[in-house]
Design a protein around this ligand. Structure first.
Ligand code: SF4
Ligand code: SF4
Length: 69
C-alpha cells in the first residue's frame, strides 16, 4: 500500500501563520523564506521522510493549503 504524504497544494493561499508547523507531531513543516503573490512567507516541507500522513496539518490549516495524498 502506498504511504500517505503531505503536499503543499495551494501555496498562494498560505499566510505563513505556522499553525501547521506547530501542530505537526513529526516536525515535517517549516515556514520558509519564499513569499507568495500576497507577500506571505509560504510553508515548506523540510523533512518529507518523517511524514506519517496523519493529516493533522491538513485539519489545522484554516486556508486549506495542504493536502495529504
Ligand atoms: S501529515 Fe502529519 S506528519 Fe505529515 S506533515 Fe502533516 S501533521 Fe506532519
Ligand atoms: S499552510 Fe496553512 S496553517 Fe500552515 S502556515 Fe500556511 S496558512 Fe498557516
Amino acid at each position: 500500500m502506498a504511504r500517505l504524504k503531505v503536499r503543499v497544494a495551494f501555496p498562494e493561499r498560505c499566510k505563513g501563520c505556522g499553525l501547521c508547523v506547530h501542530f505537526c507531531p513529526k516536525k515535517v513543516l517549516s515556514v520558509g523564506n519564499q513569499r507568495n503573490l500576497q507577500g506571505y512567507k509560504v510553508v515548506e516541507i523540510v523533512s518529507p521522510d518523517k511524514c506519517t500522513g496523519c493529516g493533522v496539518c491538513y485539519l489545522m490549516c484554516p486556508d486549506v493549503v495542504l493536502e495529504v495524498v
